[in-house]
Design a protein around this ligand. Sequence first.
Ligand code: PLP
Length: 417
Amino acid sequence: MTVFEAKESVVRSYCRSFPVTFNRAKGSFLYSESGNQYIDFLAGAGSLNYGHNNDAIKQKIKDYIDSDNIIHGLDLHTSAKAEFIQTFDELILKPRDLQYKLQFCGPTGTNAVEAAIKIARKTTGRRNVFAFMGAYHGMTLGALALTGNKYHRDPSFPVSDTTFMPYPHGFMKSFDTLAYMEAVLSDPSSGVDLPAAVIVETVQAEGGVVVAPVEWLQGLRKLCDKFGIYLIIDDIQVGCYRSGDFFSFERANIKPDMVVLSKSLGGYGLPVSLLCLTEELDKNWLPGEHNGTFRGNQLAFVAATAALKFADDNNLSSLVKSNERLIAEYIDTQISVLNPQLAVRGIGMIWALDCSAFAEETTSAILNICFANGLIVERAGRNDTAIKIMPPLTTESSVLMQGLDILRDAIKVVIGE
Ligand SMILES: Cc1ncc(COP(=O)(O)O)c(C=O)c1O
């Protein structure tokens, strides 16, 4: 029995799919203690867009530590935070004509979601929030209330004040979900309270990589404007260039009232969580009203600043867009042909191979073969029926192809015709 099995809580999860002990990582590779190399198509669930131990970022962290600069600073003014704010404003907000105030939250994504719904509720005096079927917004109770998956919602957990609306997916695709929402909001007898906010992922990542159409996102923005509802985009997993642009909503040319970011914002896998919000909303907070000891991890600020510069210097956006074409073409020519019942969805460098037409154990069988052959790839979606391809954005094309080859060969074994 390993020390993990003996002592770590049974709540552990990813480690169950990849039962080795890792002790090294570089770029798009992870290494186990026994010296095995694995291509990483999981990327820390979207936290390692710039690769493991990225040299450009690592050097900045080392220099910062060597200078005995502030490591823990509560929300005090620090030079690391100042540099991050200036860089984020110069490289991300200003070029997109976005004028957000920046609220640093407790270290994980779910805390920024909590902050966003709290300030929307406080500002409007309304408790209800619209979330979407298939959504994943985090595990703290406020964010869990917005998360659809029953697996995480034990009936004893107090999750409330959310109305789940249909996302344009599955059989809902043939149904005008925006018209439905408008009807619900307009009908004085719908029984649904006007929400303070609508929270949406433009690509439902944990939901199985479901990409919302551009026109749908634009329609949602208009609907929110019409009814005076704040629009929150959860870009925690698909922000930071994952979809091609820094923000995933850029493709729809819309401006949300709030955006939540975390995961790869920390650049090096370090925890940081950010709520971007309009000044109109921000002015309704009282100092410290959404508090937390670890608001603003200084090393994460240093890494985040370096990561933004790295992405800018290396034109990461166009790299992702060219990798998107490579992945799409590979799947089309090498994987989809293996079985016509395999469904494919994706954008940028997040893709899903949806095996819901096959037996329940299909994805775990494919994953196990991949792992045995040196590829780490995870599942997502309803009943874990989709294989989620999410390599670091910096993955070299030869490594990308190598990983896809392993995946293709595993799919051929399990469901090839
Ligand atoms: C879209 C989205 N929102 C929120 C979260 C929660 O972030 P965290 O796990 O850092 O709390 C996640 C995590 O997977 C996510 O994918």
